[in-house]
Every structure is written in structure tokens, then in C-alpha cells.
Design a protein around this ligand. Structure first.
Ligand code: GTP
Ligand code: MG
Length: 197
């Protein structure tokens, strides 16, 4: 009984942030952790791992966040980092169309390395939406990719415009992923109420 209560109240979910180098994955995590934003680019080497708690539908859930290195040169080490992950956040840069195209390769990497656990929760983020004048990606391209993701992961894939710089939709992205994870385990109720800490 106590064991059950512990499991219900303390949920730990391993999630991976993926996407090309420089799309803003680490900046999104820093923002989520309440550490603000830095303009300089410190590329991630291998992976950064941290934990953070969010409250989704009055339930506390803990994310173990694996912020993977996006640069090509880290491809060979990334495989092992996916092991046991329960969801992914895919990040592209709204000002660099190739970063959305390349997510198709990232998708294959996930499918190859997370096993056959489907449906598999995924959230898609178009980051750097503060750079409005430089946005070159169309809604059609995004919708097309979301449809592909839905087929491969057997899940609806929410899409959010984010900015690690302004903080726009950063907490919401984690909340939605948390909600998807709870729903996946059939714990969430149909009405979504979320807050973060
Ligand atoms: N304007 C703007 N710049 C951003 C945003 N997010 C990140 N950046 C900048 O983009 C650069 C790369 O950000 P990172 O968070 O290091 O990118 P990353 O995806 O973690 O890169 P890798 O670790 O190499 O995979 C940095 O100079 C950030 O300041 C954003 O929302 N808006
Ligand atoms: Mg990084």
C-alpha cells in the first residue's frame, strides 16, 4: 500500500532532448530549470543530465532530462543515452530549415534505439520564435512532419513555438510532455490542468 502510494506520488520519467547542434536544447533546459538564458553557444559534449519536477494535474512528476549533444561528431556516443527513455522532445531552429529536415534522421535514431515501446510520447518544438523576422519554415512543412511522427510513434505529436530567450512556451512544453506520459500510462484525466515548480 505504502509502496503504491510512493509510486503514484513520485513518478520519474527519463526524457531525451534531441535535434541538431545549436537549435537551443540546452538553452530550453536551462530556462526550464530557472537558470535564465545565455547568448553564448557552449555546445554540449555527449550529454547533460539533470532532474526537475513539474506538477501535472496535481501530480508531481520528476523528469530526468537527458540533453543530448546535437553535433554530428557525437552521433556514435548518443545511442547508449536513449536506453530506458520514455519520451523525447524534438527541437528545431525556426530560422534554419535544415534543422527540421534533419529531424527525420533523429527520428530514425530514436526508433532504432528506444526499442518497440509504442505509442511513444513526442513533443515537437520550433525554437527561437523570438527571431520573428528570420523565420523561414512554413506551417505546411511542420504539419507534414508531425503527420509522419504520428504514424511512426502512434501518438498525436503536439507542436509548440518556443523561445528559450523569452521563455515562451518552455514550461508548457514540459507540462505537455508530462501530460502525455501520464496519459500514456492512463493516469491523467481527460481535462488537462498543469502547473510547474
Ligand atoms: N534568439 C534565440 N537564441 C537562442 C534560443 N535558444 C538558444 N539560442 C542560442 O542558440 C545557440 C545554441 O544554443 P544551445 O542551447 O547551446 O543549443 P544546443 O541545441 O544545446 O546545441 P548542442 O549542444 O550543440 O546540441 C546559443 O547561442 C543560444 O544563446 C532562442 O530561443 N532564441
Ligand atoms: Mg546543448
Amino acid at each position: 500500500m505504502l509502496q503504491n502510494l510512493f509510486e503514484i506520488n513520485n513518478r520519474l520519467f527519463k526524457i531525451c532532448l534531441i535535434g541538431d547542434g545549436g537549435t537551443g536544447k540546452s538553452s530550453i533546459v536551462e530556462r526550464f530549470l530557472g537558470k535564465g538564458f545565455s547568448i553564448g553557444y557552449n555546445l554540449t559534449i555527449g550529454t547533460n543530465i539533470c532532474t526537475h519536477t513539474a506538477t501535472v494535474e496535481d501530480r508531481e512528476i520528476k523528469f530526468q532530462i537527458w540533453d543530448l549533444a546535437g553535433q554530428q561528431r557525437f552521433e556514435f556516443v548518443r545511442k547508449t543515452f536513449y536506453r530506458g527513455s520514455q519520451a523525447v522532445m524534438m527541437v528545431f531552429d525556426l530560422t534554419r530549415p535544415e534543422t527540421l529536415k534533419n529531424l527525420r534522421e533523429w527520428k530514425q535514431e530514436v526508433l532504432k534505439n528506444v526499442g518497440h515501446s509504442v505509442p511513444f510520447p513526442v513533443v515537437l518544438l520550433g525554437n527561437k520564435c523570438d527571431l520573428q523576422q528570420k523565420i523561414v519554415i512554413t506551417q505546411e512543412e511542420i504539419t507534414k512532419f508531425r503527420n509522419e511522427l504520428r504514424i511512426d510513434f502512434l501518438c498525436d505529436v503536439p507542436f509548440l513555438l518556443t523561445s528559450a530567450l523569452s521563455g515562451m512556451n518552455v514550461h508548457e512544453a514540459f507540462e505537455i510532455l508530462g501530460y502525455q506520459l501520464l496519459q500514456h500510462r492512463q493516469i491523467a484525466t481527460p481535462t488537462k490542468v498543469v502547473t510547474t515548480s
